[in-house]
Design a protein around this ligand. Structure first.
Ligand code: SF4
Length: 235
């Protein structure tokens, strides 16, 4: 399923926010922890490669995740953070080639995922009937979240992303006045954080979830829900 581009004024949410597992070093399958539950068939610690992960970074049970007890993987979406970290920040290298890369890749994955989620929230907020001043502010946020030259290890390391996310979150809270009960009550679209809440903490990637979470222009209901969705930095 192809993702439609959502124009936000100065920036776009596009394919860069859609998971591309083929270009990722399976970061979600190593970085995240999960507990044995209805969503995962066994326990896994953060930083420990999943038992189902093949040397090729493919999932051994990809075609039967839900049937195999890994529905958490089937609904997880990194919003494109995996391939960005693997390709843009680490030049295609992987933690398998060099285990010393594992921790920095995990850290970058958490931070880029939070930034990508924030881009989606900004795009959703722009669908609300905001004032021209508020629209200008969110257009500015959209540009800052998708900077020329992209996010670098240096920019991430100096806390620039975290500060920006906190600013956006403060502004998003101010938009709650536009949220009507009816828009907030629309059937939720599963996104990664919601999925994580459902399963306790960590969850997994999916192509299907990518389509539902970012596969089109946000509706009013999605925008409303976005205001209650605050990304954090997974560890
Ligand atoms: S998709 Fe899930 S089951 Fe498959 S390797 Fe990754 S973490 Fe393991």
């Amino acid at each position: 399923m192809r993702m439609r581009v959502v124009r936000t004024g100065t920036a776009m949410t596009a394919s860069s926010l859609r998971a591309d597992c083929a270009r990722c070093a399976a970061l979600c399958c190593v970085a995240l922890a999960f507990d044995r539950s209805s969503s995962f068939a066994f326990d896994k610690k953060a930083g420990e490669p999943c038992q189902n992960l093949l040397p090729t970074f493919r999932c051994r049970i990809h075609e039967s995740l839900a049937e195999s007890g890994f529905n958490g993987c089937a609904i997880y979406d990194c919003h494109g953070a995996g391939q960005f970290v693997t390709q843009q920040l680490f030049g295609g290298r992987s933690w398998r080639d060099d285990p010393r890369l594992l921790m920095p890749m995990m850290k970058a994955f958490a931070e880029i995922k939070a930034l990508h989620e924030t881009r989606l929230m900004v795009a959703a907020a722009m669908q609300l009937p905001v004032t021209s001043e508020e629209r200008a502010a969110f257009q500015s946020f959209a540009a800052q979240l998708d900077p020329d030259g992209g996010w670098t290890e240096l920019r991430i390391g100096n806390g620039e992303g975290r500060m920006l996310i906190e600013q956006v979150q403060r502004s998003l809270r101010d938009l709650r006045k536009y949220v009507t009960p009816s828009s907030a009550q629309q059937k939720p679209v599963v996104n990664s954080r919601q999925a994580e809440r459902r399963i306790g903490h960590s969850s997994r990637r999916t192509l299907q979830a990518g389509a539902s979470a970012c596969g089109g222009s946000p509706s009013g209901g999605q925008a409303a829900r976005a205001l209650d969705h605050e990304p954090d930095f997974e560890r």
